[in-house]
Design a protein around this ligand. Structure first.
Ligand code: LRH
Ligand code: MN
Ligand code: MN
Length: 388
């Protein structure tokens, strides 16, 4: 196994993008529980996200969701973020909250609605240009609830045509990232249900199209790390939406439900060259904190990713490959498990302190008084964008 000192350079490269929507009130379709101090504007969401970066050094960018984070001047919003020590990151399109999209967006059989969805994507690309963002992330709620409701093939064909129109608008340094999800809100057939469908569309589009893997978007029991390996092998893993789940798309804190799965995923990321600032693979969170406080929820999340990344980096890949080659089943497995069971929290605390960060970011943030301050300052905080 590698030593902690061996992995600190790699750890220093870690960057995890935060979703603006994690800071707003959110809930299930049964209830949204409001919390004091919740942001009322995109600026306040960015200010909260900046706190996570200030205390952890792990979260230098914030993803926006349009139109939830609609403002008049995006360059000004980017400057606001910069003043707070962060940058704006991925622009997430939203074609799922408009009555027009009841039967689909980029797949819609009605040309007017399909063009409206394409125009929204183009607007998102313009926002990216204003904010200096690299990635347009597309997740579609498109699908059908009943067999026969829609022509599955026709929907794929329209999707391909729509995506090509969106792709054509990308600048040279911009990327399209297509996220998949196996069900919900459509319950019979989802139009981008799996990595293979996303991959097929990306390959047809061109070299600036990549797959986004949301860890909560698979059937129970799916071997997600295998998908990671395959997409890295194919050069099409663009980004992660990290979260954890017990049942379906639960959007719980990453690493909370199954830390071992997170470790296995991160090991494959490291193994496959998907780790680090030049890898082209963006780490993002996609979570909602329905009952726990939001900024601490995000602090816990990025620390969970950091801890599991450290454990994955501890694996001596050469040693492991040698054990695998020798057919040493138990030895190889033990090499992985030894790294997984290594408690890195003490080393990480010491390392953080040595870099001018709080050894215990959660404790220092809670003691900072920021939560009391925003509770007093912000009255009438709104929900993240859905679940009212
Ligand atoms: C869909 C999803 C997608 C959306 C986000 C709010 O379930 O994961 O990434 O943009 O949730
Ligand atoms: Mn997602
Ligand atoms: Mn999701």
């Amino acid at each position: 196994m590698r030593s902690f000192a061996d992995i600190t350079d790699a750890l220093a490269e870690q960057a995890i993008e935060l979703p603006s929507w994690a800071f707003g009130n959110s809930g299930t379709r049964f209830r949204v529980f409001g919390q004091p101090g919740v942001p009322r504007t995109p600026e306040e969401k960015i200010a909260d996200a900046a706190k996570v970066h200030e205390y952890t050094g792990l979260a230098p960018t914030v993803a926006l969701h349009i139109p939830w984070d609609k403002v008049d001047d995006y360059a000004k919003l980017a400057a606001f973020a910069q003043d707070h020590g962060v940058a704006l990151g991925t622009i997430n399109s939203n074609t799922f909250q408009d009555d027009d999209y009841k039967f689909g967006s980029l797949t819609h059989v009605d040309e007017r609605v399909r063009q409206k969805a394409i125009a929204h994507m183009h607007e998102c690309i313009e926002i990216m240009t204003a904010t200096g963002s690299r990635d347009l992330k597309i997740w579609l709620a498109d699908g059908t609830n009943y067999p026969g409701q829609g022509d599955l093939r026709g929907r794929q064909d329209r999707l391909a045509a729509s995506l090509a129109e969106v792709y054509a608008q990308l600048g040279d340094d911009q990327r399209l990232v297509l996220e998949y999800k196996f069900f919900e809100p459509a319950f019979y057939a989802t139009d981008v249900p799996d990595w293979g469908t996303s991959y097929a569309h990306c390959v047809a589009l061109g070299e600036k199209a990549f797959v986004c893997l949301d860890t909560g978007h698979h059937a129970p029991g799916t071997n997600i790390e295998f998908i990671v390996t395959q997409l890295l092998r194919l050069g099409r893993l663009g980004s992660f939406d990290f979260n954890s789940r017990f049942y379906a798309d639960d959007d719980l804190i990453v690493g909370a439900a199954d830390p071992f799965q997170l470790f296995r995923i991160l090991y494959e990321v490291v193994r496959g060259g998907g780790y680090g600032k030049d890898s082209g693979v963006a780490f993002m969170l996609d979570q909602c904190h329905n009952i726990e406080p939001k900024i601490p929820g995000q602090i816990r999340s990025v620390l969970n990713v950091q801890e599991m990344t450290a454990r994955a980096l501890l694996v001596d890949t050469d040693e492991l490959l040698a054990a695998e080659k020798a057919g040493d089943v138990l030895g190889a497995n033990q090499l992985l498990m030894d790294a997984f069971y290594t408690d890195v929290r003490g080393d990480l605390a010491e390392w953080r302190a040595g870099r001018g960060l709080p050894a215990d970011p959660m404790k220092e943030f809670l003691a900072s008084g920021y939560l009391d301050q925003i509770a007093a300052d912000r009255v009438g905080g709104d929900q993240a964008g859905w679940g009212a």
